[in-house]
Design a protein around this ligand. Structure first.
Ligand SMILES: CC(C)(C)c1nc(N2CCN(c3ncccn3)CC2)c2cc(C(N)=O)c(N)nc2n1
Length: 337
């Protein structure tokens, strides 16, 4: 549909314009396949702002104009996660990974190859997003896994986080877990600007993301280049999920979430190790910092029978890369200044 049609009808169909804008956001962030230029998108947003100014009663909480609205908080409220956000065991060598796979096979009393979902381990901040009937109602940090901080006003400012789920077939209660991170380019631009304005420099993108989410004023968060990548589902009610983790990620993508494009399914632990090598080789070329690969038993039925030890699942492990030396550039600049 051409955007011109929207300018002819009267009274203008504001809800239709809102849905069109949300659709283009879905294409841009979830599909990474935009249909219109950024300039056209901005024109649609400008039009929506004008119409909502004329018809304030038409404004809805999921309108794309409502991402940056709230007044600064005086403090963050505590959120108790309905389902604890787990932690991850680490592997530091191929032998550790092979031992993990052996433990999984032993516990499942099976010598069959185990299929793994393989995901980059984004170096950001783990968050929980709660949706009720498709609307974002709460955003919270992982915290200690049981208690996190309510950062709803701040997560609403992140454009890759849908305010309303796209498509259909999602459960009435859906808690999506993912990582909020700052891409390297955004981090460098932020620090470049901080150098010019004499503001504090961030040491790395993870700290920059954490600092941006800890702002009590959402207008500051709104100006930070943050993205959110979905990697799991927590609390679900009123609906079924697909039987494999990789299909849960596909469903999350269809509902409007950014999922990481490097994700692959390995038929067995040897293919998983090959994935680790392949990503390790292109790590420096990635647009974001990662500190390893997360391998997850792909079958959710097998995940359930494996369960978890204390708080780390028996069915997942993070294979870390060697720590990267902090960029010496920053230290040089500090001494020069
Ligand atoms: C759902 C499970 C528990 C298997 C899980 N847990 C994760 N994490 C737990 C530990 N986390 C944590 N954070 C702070 C302190 C202790 N643990 C940080 C998130 C994952 C993190 C990433 C990522 N970063 O890209 C990912 N692709 N998949 C994850 N999957």
């Amino acid at each position: 549909m051409s955007t011109l049609s929207l300018f002819d009808d009267f009274p203008p169909d504001i809800e239709q314009l809102r849905q069109e804008i949300n659709y283009h956001s879905y294409r841009y962030y979830a599909l990474d396949d935009p249909q219109i230029t950024d300039a056209d998108y901005d024109r649609l947003m400008q039009r929506l702002r004008e119409l909502e100014a004329q018809y304030p009663a038409s404004i809805t909480p999921d309108s794309p104009t409502q991402r940056v609205g709230a007044a600064p908080l005086s403090a963050f409220q505590t959120v108790v996660h309905e389902m604890p956000m787990l932690s991850l065991d680490n592997a530091f060598s191929d032998e550790d990974l092979l031992a993990f796979n052996q433990r999984v096979q032993d516990r499942l009393k099976s010598a069959e190859d185990i299929e793994y979902a393989c995901e980059v381990k984004l170096d950001g901040i783990a968050v929980s997003l709660l949706y009720q009937n498709g609307l974002l109602v709460r955003g919270a940090t992982r915290g200690d896994g049981t208690n996190g901080e309510d950062i709803t006003q701040n997560v609403r400012t992140i454009k890759s986080i849908p305010l309303r789920l796209h498509g259909e077939g999602f459960p009435s209660v859906l808690e999506v877990r993912g990582e909020i991170y700052m891409p390297k380019a955004g981090f460098n631009a932020l620090n470049e600007n901080a150098r010019i304005t004499g503001e504090k420099l961030f040491v790395n993108p993870r700290n920059a993301a954490a600092g941006s989410l800890r702002q009590l004023d959402p207008r500051i968060t709104a100006n930070r280049p943050l993205e959110m990548c979905a990697y799991s589902v927590g609390w679900v009610d009123g609906g079924e999920l697909p039987s494999t983790h990789s299909n849960v990620l596909a469903a999350l993508k269809s509902w409007g979430f950014l999922t990481n494009r490097e994700t692959q399914v390995a038929k067995n632990i040897h293919e998983a190790i090959a994935f680790y090598r392949r990503i390790g080789e292109k790590r420096d070329a990635l647009a974001y910092d990662i500190d390893g690969i997360v391998f997850k038993v792909n079958s959710r039925k097998l995940q359930d029978s494996l369960g978890f030890i204390s708080r780390a699942p028996r069915w997942a492990i993070a294979y870390k890369f060697p720590a990267q030396e902090e960029s010496t550039l920053l230290l040089d600049v500090e001494f020069q200044v």
